[in-house]
Design a protein around this ligand. Structure first.
Ligand code: HEC
Length: 123
């Protein structure tokens, strides 16, 4: 019986870990996907647009890009994209550090959209 319990506990630990690795799950968990997609504009800019804009701004310096993304996701943002819509990106103090890394990795590593039609991300 004891061994069974230990087994269950370590099994759920493994599930937790892989959950944390999955950016799409985090976009769902924190509601990002309601306002963002990889290549299409919803309420906020596409993640790929964000990556391109700041990659250029920081002259391809990935560390600078990562730092910028970290701060802007934590604090939220307003007035940098579609000012006329007057939409605001909420702050996210509740995201865990390891989850932030997963999210930032995902955005930084987004590939250019496929030629046919952007929206589907390769999986
Ligand atoms: C309620 C809608 C909404 C939600 C939820 C939301 N965003 Fe945003 N996001 C926006 C809007 C609107 C902007 C554009 C803000 C601006 O113009 O400065 C934005 C901008 C951004 C930017 C670019 C900011 C900049 O400095 O240029 C990043 C990165 C981003 N969002 C990531 C995320 C992530 C990751 C999540 C989830 C943890 C998230 N957003 C959740 C609406 C949202």
């Amino acid at each position: 019986m004891k061994r069974l319990i230990v087994g269950i506990i370590s099994f759920s630990a493994v599930i937790n870990l892989s959950y944390g690795e999955n950016a799409k799950e985090l976009f769902k968990k924190y509601g990002c996907e309601g306002c963002h997609s990889d290549y299409g504009i919803i309420a906020g800019p596409a993640f790929y647009m964000v990556k391109e804009k700041y990659m250029k701004k920081f002259n391809g310096d990935e560390e600078a890009l990562r730092k910028y993304l970290y701060n802007t996701i934590r604090k939220g943002s307003q007035g940098k994209w579609f000012d006329f819509l007057n939409m605001k990106m909420p702050s996210h103090p509740q995201i865990k550090e390891d989850e932030m890394k997963v999210i930032i990795d995902y955005i930084v590593n987004l590939k250019p959209p496929k030629k046919e039609k952007g929206e589907q991300s390769p999986k």
